[in-house]
Write a protein that binds this ligand. Structure first.
Ligand code: HEM
Length: 327
């Protein structure tokens, strides 16, 4: 599905913002991040700098009555909203084995096609929280990984980085390989603000919850065929829809919203926002994914950014990656 005009504005704005934020003699942070990703994985024309391997499917979303109470967004008014969804493996290798550790965390990117012709996006993954607090730290982690090849002296740059950032190993300990993209749980990680009809604001983090969660042991995952996840999903939903519940974890007053590496306590209330049903494989997924750009900042009235700056940095980096892969 081609990007709508709304998407083009967001792409141009993200690139301009990135250029304006950079010093005169230094590449913007977002360019530095994509350069660091390209250094780790190599450049693969036509593919994303991160989450290069994926599969596109379609379906619909129907919000629950509780969702309309939390947000006035058209997304949550209870009508049936068509969706385009791309599931992915992590990393910039288009041929990564789906069961390898490098394919974790798996991603889920959703474009909700609203009745007025605009889209609102959600870009989420299977990490329960992010390994670092900011875009700058993410760049530093990627640069450290790029400098820590098999011949690097110990402690390597990445070992030194992790020693000062304990959330990195903790975050990666929360992921595993699912037996299907449909049997995985995906987390929004970043905090967003839902705004209701009266203007009341509630900070939330999204969770996309499957009907069943099935993780494989690393030994079983390593023996799976390289494309088992991307091959499974279209076949599976051709026979029976994959169903998820979109949930909002509600912050309590005083919960911080700006640091995506600090999860809120498990006991925070979860509200069921509605049901996502995926029932249509896409005929040429490889071609379809080239034209798609999912942006964590592409929001609609009733959903806003919080003081978490990561989605803004992410949108800038996604725009840089999109402009490189569209050449
Ligand atoms: C500073 C932090 C981050 C940076 C710099 C970053 C960078 C990137 C880049 C460059 C891409 C390729 C985009 C494209 O070509 O369309 C990408 C894709 C993706 N990222 Fe991130 N990312 C960050 C954080 C996150 C977080 C927190 C999540 C989820 C909670 C996430 C989930 C995804 C997913 C699911 C995709 C694939 C989107 C698709 O299917 O088109 N990323 N990321």
């Amino acid at each position: 599905m081609p990007m709508n005009p709304n998407g083009r504005h967001i792409l141009a704005a993200a690139l301009l913002l990135a250029a304006a934020a950079a010093g005169a003699d230094e590449a913007p942070l977002t360019t530095q991040i994509v350069d660091a990703l390209n250094k780790i994985y190599g450049s693969h024309p036509g593919f994303r700098a991160n989450h290069a391997k994926g599969v596109v499917v379609e379906g619909s979303f129907k919000a629950s009555p509780q969702a309309a109470k939390l947000s006035r967004a058209a997304l949550f008014n209870g009508s049936t909203i068509p969706v385009t969804v791309r599931f992915s493996d992590s990393g910039g290798l288009p041929d990564v084995a789906d069961g390898s550790a490098g394919a974790n965390p798996h991603g889920m990117a959703i474009k909700f096609h609203l009745p007025d012709g605009s889209d609102t996006d959600m870009v989420i993954n299977s990490l329960k929280f992010f390994p670092v607090a900011s875009g700058e730290e993410f760049r530093d982690l990627l640069v450290a990984i790029g400098e820590s090849g098999p011949d690097a002296a110990r402690p390597t740059a990445v070992e030194r980085f992790k020693a000062g950032h304990p959330a990195v190993d903790k975050a990666f300990a929360t992921v595993g390989t699912p037996d299907s993209f449909a049997d995985e749980e995906y987390y929004g990680v970043d905090a967003f603000i839902l705004v209701d009809k009266a203007g009341t604001r509630q900070a939330v983090r999204y969770q996309m919850v499957p009907q069943k969660l099935v993780h494989l042991s690393p030994a079983v995952a390593a023996k799976k065929p390289a494309d088992f996840l991307v091959d499974d999903l279209p076949q599976r939903i051709g026979k029976k829809p994959a169903v998820f519940h979109l949930k909002a974890q509600l912050a309590l007053p005083g919960d911080q919203t700006k640091d995506p590496s600090q999860p809120w306590p498990d006991g925070r209330k979860l509200v069921d926002l509605g049901v996502l049903t995926l029932d249509k494989p896409v005929a040429d997924s490889l071609e379809a994914q080239k034209k798609l750009l999912f942006m964590p900042t592409q929001l609609t009235d009733g959903i806003e950014l919080s003081d978490d700056q990561l989605p803004v940095v992410r949108a800038g980096a996604y725009a840089v990656s999109f402009s490189r892969r569209s050449k």
